[in-house]
Ligand binder design. Sequence first.
Ligand SMILES: NC(=O)c1ccc[n+]([C@@H]2O[C@H](COP(=O)([O-])OP(=O)(O)OC[C@H]3O[C@@H](n4cnc5c(N)ncnc54)[C@H](O)[C@@H]3O)[C@@H](O)[C@H]2O)c1
Length: 352
Amino acid sequence: MARQWKAAVVGTGVVGGWHVGMIPRIPNCSLVAVCDTSPEKAHACLEKNQVTGVPVYEDLAEMLGKADVDVIHLCTPSGAHCDPAVACLEAGKNVICEKPMEIQLDRIDKMVATSKRTGSRLAGIFQNRWSDANRAIKAAADEGRFGKFAWAGCFTPWYRPDKYYEEGGWRGTWKLDGGGAIMNQSVHAIDLLQWIVGPVKSVSAYASSRIHPKIEVEDTASAALEFENGAYGTIMGTTAMFPGMPARIEVGGENGTAVSENGLKFFKFRDERASDAELQERLAQGRTKSAGGAGSADIGMDLHARNIMHILSAWEEGRDAETAGAEARKAVAIILAIYESARKNGAAVRVA
Ligand SMILES: NC(=O)c1ccc[n+]([C@@H]2O[C@H](COP(=O)([O-])OP(=O)(O)OC[C@H]3O[C@@H](n4cnc5c(N)ncnc54)[C@H](O)[C@@H]3O)[C@@H](O)[C@H]2O)c1
């Protein structure tokens, strides 16, 4: 029988609210505490999700001392993941951390090292790895069905209004968001790209804010890539394309091409199988309209639930999850290389 997990959510804003709503619906999980530096937000979040009898903490150390909890869902701003994660891991708690794992590699390394030293587990959320369409493309890549990759790209043509950046205060800042459209929004598609095609060797990029004059960071970026396997690629990401369209992943080469765009849009191989057409028909449509393109409210929670259930099952089996810290680091390394290249006016930068 599956182990029962006692979970707490730290950071009860937009995404923390999803976790609060989701945890009680995962069969072997219960929500035992929530923590937010703004307790009013935590109370409002519990009320909105019709959760009663769960204590609210304003101070993480107090919660770690008092609550009987074994997994922390960390949903604080992106540049405020490291300190709470390290505190939780040091206190013997396992951590599920929202994307991006952190906004600087040394902080991710610290989180990973603390997890290794303490034996408490650390895993990231990259829920799009659990979409059936993306998993079908990954399986084809692992089987070698594409042959030699020629080119692979990811496109995140999203839109966020000024209000999105004004709310919360941390969005669109280097200090706590760590970047803009690329670090916050495109990180999902960038993770999928490197997961399917393999490590990115170098990038050459441009980035700036086109329509959001008040933010410090980019709302639009475009990068040319070279993968370690020799293929070329493209990353584009924006929050400046009204009204926002679904993200798209496109990979192909010698023996096949596949496209995922809120569903499996193209899936053709030289070694055609009867199951390919069936798969494409079954997975053609995604479940939400813009799949996040027009706003966070349109992201949907089912993939999050799958991601979390996978993490807990892996831990129950005594192994790290697929999105363990070192794996969640890879997309951030690519993103930081994109920023460095953009600062150098498009000069090629090697991914760390
Ligand atoms: N997986 C996804 O699709 C997805 C979507 C959106 C956001 N996110 C990620 O989720 C995280 C949170 O984003 P959000 O949009 O929910 O932000 P938000 O501003 O809505 O919520 C953040 C909450 O954290 C609280 N907080 C800040 N510092 C804290 C601390 N040290 N201890 C406890 N609480 C603290 C704030 O008071 C706030 O309530 C970010 O890392 C973001 O990138 C993931």
